[in-house]
Design a protein around this ligand. Structure first.
Ligand code: ADP
Length: 160
């Protein structure tokens, strides 16, 4: 019998993608046959970067990784996962402060979609403090953010 392809979704705002996100993605891509980075287009939360630009920036950043797709979605993550055939969600954990929210979210998902599991990967210590929010704050005041983000993102902020 043919083995079922193991597909995982890595959902998030990615506003913008950072080296912390990329590290989680690289490790997830070694664990699954396919990883789909799913960028949330949230109609209630305003984003800094338009969703299509967020997707483009991610596409440029993941060119070297073969089994990664990038797309955006609206609505519930588990509904999107079902549509793509993914049975796993990837989430990254930085500090204990992430844990409480992530546990709630994963238990809510578990309750509405018991066939979909969440896999948590712990961030590398050097990326622990990096968040999209901090990157935006630093960029806004003219700081060099190239240490924290892929090159495509650093260039995007220089232009805007
Ligand atoms: P969301 O709005 O869903 O939290 P984010 O883009 O901020 O979207 O984050 C997506 C996922 O990536 C979350 O699981 C978050 O904890 C994780 N993440 C964000 N920054 C890092 C980092 N520096 N190291 C590891 N994981 C991270």
């Amino acid at each position: 019998m043919a083995k079922e392809e193991k597909i995982a979704i890595y959902p998030g705002s990615f506003d913008p993608i950072t080296k912390g996100h990329l590290d989680i993605l690289q490790r997830a891509s070694a664990m699954f046959d396919k990883v789909i980075i799913a960028v949330l287009k949230n109609s209630r939360k305003t984003s800094f970067i338009p969703v299509k630009d967020r997707v483009e920036l991610i596409k440029k950043s993941v060119q070297g990784i073969e089994n990664v797709d990038v797309a955006y979605f609206e609505g519930l993550t588990v509904d999107y996962a079902r549509k793509t055939g993914a049975k796993f969600l990837i989430r990254g954990l930085r500090a204990v402060s992430d844990f409480e929210y992530e546990m709630q979210l994963s238990q809510a998902n578990m309750s509405v979609a018991p066939e979909i599991g969440t896999v948590f990967l712990i961030t590398k210590p050097e990326y622990n403090f990096i968040s999209s929010g901090i990157v935006k704050e630093l960029a806004q005041y003219g700081e060099d953010i190239s240490k924290f983000v892929p090159q495509s993102v650093a260039e995007y902020f220089k232009q805007s």
